[in-house]
Design a protein around this ligand. Sequence first.
Ligand code: FMN
Length: 396
Amino acid sequence: MKSLFEQNELAGIPLKNRLIRSATHEAMADEAGRPREQLARLYERLSRGGIGAIISGFLGVHRQSHGYPHMMLLDRDEHIPDYQALLEPTKKQGTPVIAQVAHLGGKFHASMVKSDVLAPSTKNYAPFGVKARAMTPGEIEETIDAFVQAIRRCREAGFDGVQVHAAHGYLLSEFLSPHCNRRTDSWGGDTERRFRIVGEIMRGARQEVGDYPLLLKISGHDWDKNGMTVPEAIKLARLFQEAGGDAVEVSSGGVNALDMSRTAKIPVEAILNLDPQYTKYHPGAKKILAVLLPLGVKNPRPIYNYNVEAAARIKEQLDIPVIVVGGLRKLDEMEQVITEGKADYVALCRPLIIEPALVENFLNGKQDRSKCIDCDYCLLGVLAGPLRCYMGKLPG
Ligand SMILES: Cc1cc2nc3c(=O)[nH]c(=O)nc-3n(C[C@H](O)[C@H](O)[C@H](O)COP(=O)(O)O)c2cc1C
């Protein structure tokens, strides 16, 4: 039987326990997408805090996928030394760092749009205020190459592995989901065709980086009409395994509901005061929006452990390890996930924003649950400044 605090290997990477920091966009990059020193300090704090491995915030693979303020980019070789510098302190401490590579597709923040927003099929992304157009086959090939080259750069920069982001309604997730991918060419249609873009990235990456650890993050389910379901996610995860993938992280959420990071209450105050789309609105308009916004956004339940059952069902059908993320807050419940074999790893995002040393505190017996209140202000906060915990309150 596995246990949460045992030493282990994930795709050959040594980990001191089975707790992983899930990818968290830190908004700590400069205008060109190079990580700032502040990010190295955050990774150092997380590393000292006892986490088994860190997955970085998303790193854009192409200039075209630079869709959030202060997002990292690894679209060119000149940036490699900046990432080597980022990893130096954590390397000394022996905590592995896995890079998450992404293309944001249609889920692009309106303030960042400089050219066409691309998606598998034409779509209005109302909450983001953008309209995406369908990619041409040439643009799909260019994007595959951008992923492959970014993965090569990650290895050269010293990341211990790469996670390809195919969850939460971003570009690859849009290709996987029948809700967003309505293409009738060889990049859309049945499961195999919708998976093709990820399969091609894997094929190209294996040629470039050999047996370097390659992970995938997928949504096990979402709330989109004709969207992702667990049986479909099982098929996709199996295709990833056949393509030589090393591990799958199971999350949830597509392009519509607030499902990725579930919350007790839609964070209306944070949306209206931290998201640059709304900050300029007249106070009267904000009052009306404060009433309308919660009516227009689906806010799924339960808010804790919401991907554990999906992860367990996907794990049953796979030989490679499964990581679960989403609302895990109590130590005994994390232990149970591992001892009952529902997943091989537990990943945490928001709990490590409020307490980077949470794992150390679990080990010392100082606490047995996260202090995170799931307010989701952090999620809006990264549109206004670097990642931080707000504890449900705007700064005075
Ligand atoms: C501020 C913030 C930034 C996030 N950035 C990313 C990201 O860059 N990539 C990603 O895959 N997920 C991202 N997520 C989602 C988390 O990785 C995670 O899947 C989700 O928050 C559920 O886990 P939790 O309940 O432990 O927070 C982000 C979530 C938050 C709150």
